[in-house]
Design a protein around this ligand. Structure first.
Ligand SMILES: Cc1ncc(C[n+]2csc(CCOP(=O)(O)OP(=O)(O)O)c2C)c(N)n1
Length: 562
């Protein structure tokens, strides 16, 4: 049977199990949209901006573990994907981005809407392709999906010239992928497992560090069993949150620049760090020379390039976190770290995460109320800024893989479009978005997509009238000169209403509970515009370049103690 290139593309996507595509049309992409009519099994979501297509595909991928797919036309459509693709590579998210390109015969002539998107995305994709012949299309798509999801996942871009999309095209979907140079190691060697068992058994103050790799490897259960076997506390990175229930007695929460004090102290006083699928990001380690000075590092990652990149590993272990944990737990006896856990408990007693904020509506209370009304079971997407850190600190995730945010790139504008994908992945329950008044103004147009797709997304705006995180740095490090950070916005409740989304403004703590209950009970989407205190800072905070032991706590708390 003969197909056009466009049909081959959809046939390949169906064979890859794709049922939703986040896309925006244009001239070069027209044949793809035209052919889509023949493939009702693929649901096309018309986002309102290509950046949102990439974030939605990313959110869908994080929530399902499947490859997310976005599609854009040539030129500006393709360049609008760039921030979303960069977000995905920084957080190791499997996305296939398809871009239409101008016809092969005019490539290189500055044709209308021609842009070298493979050149632009070379450093931000795991791999990318410009398809030059129709006969290569199926093989390339097969490879693209394979590369995106295997090993350390990441985005792959496939650029397809329009003439290839329209021309008749042979279709043979390859059974196997042949990439001889690409063989991710998934199982660590048995002698390494033995060595690791020895090192872990010999430790007195071990700490497990759970990174995004725990989610990617779906190793939640294995993590819990491992931690319980060795009775070691578990500390998370930002993206490692929700790897283990916050209610678990061994779960300490997040360490790093805005980590909770007791988690940082546990890491800093450990004699062994067992790092699982995390990359020792600078926001996590603080000053490297001061990072966990007494600890040996046992570093497990599927990407050998991450091991020893920032912190030398005493024992490198390349492999899939789930398989490594399984092997380790099988080889380990139950260990007793009563004294160490008692010491960690004193860190928590001495440095509790109390809220000292005054004013009508402290932002931390908004997150605590969100936790209360959702019982810690929400599927939650956060944007980037202070509100993101308050979520990380105050929302106690009880359910695995329930928190989605842009960690590595810190992309403002991520949350609303990513929530589209997360909501499609979780159709049976509402997805909650926590977003600043700055971040929400970066992809507001997606409110229309929410309505068109009947997605019951609940949006909580932490509206402080500032680009709060930057304002905080100005206060602390730039003489409180607030230049470029006071930010105005629309009346978000009225704006939402104009899209057909009901909402409510919240000004006082006592109004939080009924407002959140209304949002939760609402049938469809709902927006809460929470007017939080404008000059609140995120504490604790480790000043950039200093040791994670030297965290600064809320001065109002210290004043109360004195
Ligand atoms: C696309 C993008 N531009 C700029 C920044 C730098 N930045 C980080 S946090 C932040 C402020 C976020 O403000 P808002 O969304 O209102 O959240 P808040 O910090 O007030 O909670 C800015 C500008 C960024 N992370 N991403």
């Amino acid at each position: 049977m003969r197909y056009t290139g466009a049909e081959v593309l959809w046939e390949c996507l169906i064979r890859e199990g794709v049922d939703v595509v986040w896309a925006y049309p244009g001239g070069a992409a027209l044949p793809l949209f035209d052919a889509l009519a023949k493939y009702p099994q693929i649901h096309h979501v018309l986002v309102r901006h290509e950046q949102a297509a990439a974030h939605a595909a990313d959110g869908y991928a994080r929530a399902t573990g499947k490859v997310g797919v976005c599609l854009a036309t040539s030129g500006p459509g393709a360049t609008n994907l760039v921030t979303g693709i960069a977000t995905a590579i920084m957080d190791s998210v499997p996305v296939v981005a398809v871009t239409a390109q101008v016809a092969d015969s005019v490539i290189g002539t500055d044709a209308f809407q021609e842009i070298n998107i493979t050149g632009i995305t070379l450093p931000i994709t795991k791999h990318n392709y410009l398809v030059r012949q129709g006969k290569d299309l199926a093989r390339i798509l097969r490879e693209a999906f394979f590369l995106a999801r295997t090993g350390r996942p990441g985005p792959v871009l496939v650029d397809v010239p329009k003439d290839i999309l329209t021309a008749p095209c042979e279709f043979h979907y390859p059974e196997r992928v042949s990439r001889p140079g690409y063989r991710p190691v998934v199982r660590s060697a048995p002698y390494q497992i033995q060595r690791a068992v020895q090192v872990i058994t010999g430790a007195r103050r071990p700490v497990v560090l759970a990174g995004h790799g725990v989610h990617i490897a779906t190793a939640w259960e294995e993590l819990r069993l491992f931690a319980e076997r060795i009775n070691a506390p578990v500390v998370s990175t930002l993206l490692g949150l929700s790897a283990i229930s916050a209610d678990h007695p061994l779960c300490l929460g997040m360490a790093g620049m805005h980590g909770v004090a007791w988690a940082n102290l546990a890491v800093q006083n450990a004699d062994l760090l067992i790092a699982l699928g995390m990359r020792m990001d600078d926001r996590f380690t603080g000053s490297l020379p001061h990072f966990a000075p007494e600890a040996k590092l046992l570093h497990v990652d599927i990407d050998p390039a991450e091991i020893g990149k920032r912190v030398p590993a005493f024992l490198p272990m390349v492999g899939d976190v789930r398989l490594v944990l399984e092997a380790l737990t099988a080889g380990l006896p139950e260990l007793d770290h009563r004294d160490w856990l008692a010491q960690v408990a004193t860190y928590r007693q001495r440095h509790p995460l109390d809220v000292h904020a005054q004013g009508a509506l402290p932002p931390q209370e908004v997150i605590r109320m969100l936790h209360e009304v959702t019982g810690g079971e929400a599927v939650l997407v956060s944007d980037v800024g202070q509100h993101q850190m308050w979520v990380a600190q105050h929302y106690r995730f009880r359910r695995v893989n329930s928190f989605f945010t842009s960690g590595g790139l810190g992309t403002m504008g991520y949350s609303v479009p990513a929530a589209l994908g997360v909501q499609v992945a979780h159709p049976a329950e509402p997805v909650w978005v926590v977003v600043g008044d700055g971040s929400v103004q970066m992809n507001l147009q997606e409110l229309a997509t929410i309505v068109q797709e009947h997605l019951p997304i609940k949006i909580v705006i932490m509206n402080n009238g500032y680009l709060g995180m930057v304002r905080q740095w100005q206060e602390l490090f730039h003489g409180a000169r607030y230049i470029g950070t006071p930010i105005s916005g629309p009346d978000f409740v009225q704006l939402a209403a104009s899209y057909g989304i009901p909402g409510r403004r919240v000004d006082r703590t006592e109004d939080l509970k009924p407002a959140f209950a209304t949002a939760r009970e609402a049938d469809g989407p709902y927006l809460l515009d929470c007017r939080v205190a404008e000059d609140e800072n995120v504490y604790p905070m480790v000043r950039p370049g200093t040791s994670n032991t030297d965290f600064v706590e809320d001065p109002r708390g210290r004043a109360q103690e004195a």
